[in-house]
Design a protein around this ligand. Structure first.
Ligand SMILES: Cc1cc2nc3c(=O)[nH]c(=O)nc-3n(C[C@H](O)[C@H](O)[C@H](O)COP(=O)(O)OP(=O)(O)OC[C@H]3O[C@@H](n4cnc5c(N)ncnc54)[C@H](O)[C@@H]3O)c2cc1C
Length: 448
């Protein structure tokens, strides 16, 4: 199934390459055994499900099976923004569901961001967490209209804690002419994603979760009333509950294939800025920044003051190949964009480039759902590029579903919702290209 290369993980992102210790993978799953819950996938979702299950019911036998090393997927490669966005935009979520649900989703995401803050600090996870806020900037007339539109939505909802930054406030923060309006959310933050994933693995294990690495799941089957059997090359586990925490990689399972598609987003990273370079651009708050285009740019500083710049464009896979993680054209665009915003940095060198898959549903909204009627096989997917806080919080929600505890989380509209299946591959490919083409054009014409 997955194209596994044992020493490959370090090449997947600077975050994974620069972990304080080289990873020695846990032993693979071997032989036959039984457990209460089997979780497929060792990213934030899977590790959080494992950790929370043991918190809610310490007697449960929980196993996480990871094809590579935990954090190998999007969780070890992302931009590291802990942010409140659910789905693609507030407007699209409102249009797809309704105003009440979009508001509920925003509330869930605010809780998710606060929860991740507490989770990291209370468990002392060393992941360079900074609660430095999130800044959405409008850099053209069209983008300003969009940000204003989001302010109107949020004001109508009565949501608080978001600051409007005008040009004068932005100029206090950044030495650039690029920004025309800002939406600042102080509750948000930035993390080192791979450190968070590895920290979550240690935490889950400390609670008693068994984690197998180097163990791609090759298939699963329903074994009557007794639950599910999951197979790897050298092992087999039976369990009552099964969780697919495979996000974009869910495409590898025929039973989940039509629910979502992987879309690839890319990142470049600079060498560490000198103090003089940092002073020349400002960026006092160290907030993660996104612009308001269709194909957004997202950027931030690392702990050692490198600039991480991602987005700008995306690419698709038309096969089960999830290693489409290099794209020179997009990398060049991103490097150029850093200099466009901060011409002071024209001499800066870029040292790293990588990419990874995010999971996209047809309606651009996340989903936690059931496979089959017995409600014992659960999947979580469609988190787009906003899964850091969401997937960690979803882990708690899924653990509550399995242990039969009702909460405001398990009652959310996107839990157990009907997912509109994607059309056959050729139609999906054509539609994806058309949508991306439209977004590119719209960005060129209106959003720059
Ligand atoms: C480049 C990039 C930038 C992003 N930036 C941000 C951001 O700044 N903020 C934000 O909120 N979100 C961001 N995201 C999205 C976020 O990273 C994801 O939503 C989140 O990490 C998904 O976590 P997950 O555990 O569900 O999936 P993953 O982390 O992808 O984990 C799935 C795991 O399943 C494993 N697996 C796959 N197949 C099998 C198999 N057959 N058997 C066993 N295991 C298997 C994989 O190896 C992987 O480890 C970004 C994503 C990318 C790629």
């Amino acid at each position: 199934m997955t194209d596994y290369q044992s020493t490959d993980y370090q090449s997947k992102s600077w975050w994974l390459e620069s972990l304080p210790k080289t990873i020695t993978p846990n032993p693979e799953l071997a032989g036959k055994d039984k457990a209460d819950v089997v979780v497929i996938g060792g990213g934030y979702t899977g590790l959080s499900v494992g950790y929370h299950l043991k918190q809610l019911n310490p007697a449960m036998d929980v196993r996480v099976i990871e094809s590579d090393v935990c954090g190998y997927g999007a969780s070890g490669r992302n931009g590291g923004f802990s942010m409140t966005l659910f789905g693609l935009t507030k407007g699209i979520t409102k249009f797809r569901f309704n105003d009440e649900k979009a508001r509920a989703a925003h509330g869930y995401m605010e809780e998710a961001v606060d929860y991740l803050h507490d989770f990291i600090t209370q468990n002392q996870i060393d992941c360079d967490y900074e609660r430095s806020g999130y800044l959405l900037v409008g850099t053209s007339k069209g983008q300003v209209r969009r940000v204003e539109h989001d302010f109107k939505i949020i004001e109508k909802w009565g949501s608080t804690g978001i600051e409007r930054w005008d040009r004068a406030r932005l100029a206090e923060e950044f030495n650039t002419d690029f920004y025309k309006i800002g939406w600042f959310e102080p509750r948000c933050g930035i993390i080192n994603p791979a450190k968070l994933a590895r920290g979550m693995k240690e935490l889950a294990e400390a609670q008693g979760v068994t984690v197998y690495e180097n163990s791609p799941v090759t298939g699963f089957s329903k074994t009557g009333a007794s639950g599910y059997t999951v197979k790897t090359e050298n092992g087999e586990l039976q369990s009552e509950y099964l969780v697919f925490a495979t996000n974009a990689y869910s495409i590898l399972f025929p039973q989940l294939k039509s629910l979502q598609r992987p879309v690839f987003t890319y990142i470049v990273m600079s060498e560490p800025l000198t103090d003089a370079q940092l002073n020349s651009i400002g960026w006092q708050s160290r907030a993660g920044v996104e612009d308001a285009r269709d194909l957004i740019h997202y950027y931030r500083l690392t702990k050692d003051n490198r600039i991480v710049m991602g987005g700008g464009d995306v690419s698709f896979t038309y096969s089960n190949d999830l290693n489409i993680d290099l794209n020179d054209k997009i990398f060049a665009h991103l490097e150029h964009h850093v200099i466009e915003i901060f011409p002071q940095l024209k001499e800066i060198r870029f040292t790293h480039r990588w990419g990874g898959p995010v999971s996209v549903t047809l309606d651009m909204a996340p989903a936690i759902g059931y496979l089959g009627d017995d409600k014992k096989a659960i999947f979580s997917l469609g988190c787009l590029g906003h899964g850091v806080s969401l997937t960690t919080y979803n882990g708690l929600t899924i653990a509550e579903m399995i242990t039969g505890q009702n909460s405001s989380r398990t009652e959310m509209f996107f839990v157990g919702r009907k997912i509109i299946p994607l059309p056959p591959d050729l139609i999906t490919q054509t539609a994806s290209l058309a949508i991306r083409g439209f977004m590119r054009l719209e960005d060129r014409l209106y959003y720059k």
